[in-house]
Ligand binder design. Structure first.
Ligand code: G1P
Length: 240
């Protein structure tokens, strides 16, 4: 298993500090967020980390040149902001399953990647999407999954309106995907917002490659804005 951490976004919701400091470098105690995320993947069995950055985010690379997380860390560049699916494809095509951990999603509590790997094993190595249930009025911020009675994903919609959403299970920053997803990403047409969406590529693979949902038990915070960052800090330091 490898782990891909997309971290090329501009961080506009957290400006002005993100003009110089990537949001993924914001501190949690003495570690930046992205190290907390990388260590989650390593604890779940990732044997290599691939971080996707833009040329403006060299600070992330410089940091990992000086810090050991126990496995090799390599870098890939996303030169145009063409969406999450495009960013993941920029990491290259692994020949093995890949965790995808969004660089702005910090999860506290039980390790979601460990829980997702267990779901994958229980279903013969199937893909897994990390989910959290959200109030219906907030589904339009997320990709939303429809699950059958066994927890298998039967549909996915990126940022639907509450009326069109196939449920309340929101895609929440963690994935475990077989290498076949990279074939789908390679010819994925732009979707919501004109961007190449990871959600759309996974949706296309559902028929041939089973994917299961895992409503993980930890608490996820989006550190892309100050409010989410403060909540994540509180949870991380045990005061949330
Ligand atoms: C991305 C995904 C979306 C997911 C969300 C949170 O959206 O496209 O499906 O629900 O992350 O994990 P973004 O927040 O980057 O717009």
């Amino acid at each position: 298993m490898i782990a891909i951490i997309p971290a090329a976004g501009k961080g506009t919701r957290f400006a002005p500090v993100t003009k110089v400091v990537p949001k993924e470098m914001l501190p949690f105690g003495a570690k930046p967020a992205i190290q907390v995320i990388a260590e989650e993947a390593v604890a779940a069995g990732a044997r290599e980390i691939a971080i996707v950055i833009s040329p403006e985010k060299e600070l992330v690379r410089r940091y990992f040149e000086q810090v050991d997380v126990g496995v090799p860390v390599r870098f890939a560049y996303q030169l145009e902001q063409k969406g999450l699916g495009h960013a993941v494809a920029c990491a290259g095509r692994p020949e093995e399953p890949a965790f995808v951990l969004l660089g702005d999603a910090v999860v506290t509590g039980p390790n979601p990647c460990v829980e997702m790997a267990a779901v994958s094993r229980a279903h013969g190595g199937a893909g897994v999407i990390g989910l959290k249930r959200v109030p219906r009025e907030r589904v339009s911020r997320y990709g939303v999954a429809a699950l059958d009675a066994d927890g298998r994903v039967v549909d996915l919609v990126e940022k639907p309106s509450p009326e069109d959403a196939p449920g309340d299970a929101a895609i929440s920053g963690r994935y475990l995907l077989g290498p076949s997803v990279f074939g789908y990403l390679a010819d994925q047409a732009p979707g919501k917002g004109g961007e190449i969406q990871l959600t759309d590529a996974i949706r296309r693979m559902l028929g041939e490659h089973p994917v299961y949902g895992c409503v993980y038990s930890g608490a996820r915070q989006d550190i892309g804005d100050p409010e989410g960052y403060f909540k994540a800090l509180e949870a991380y330091h045990g005061r949330g």
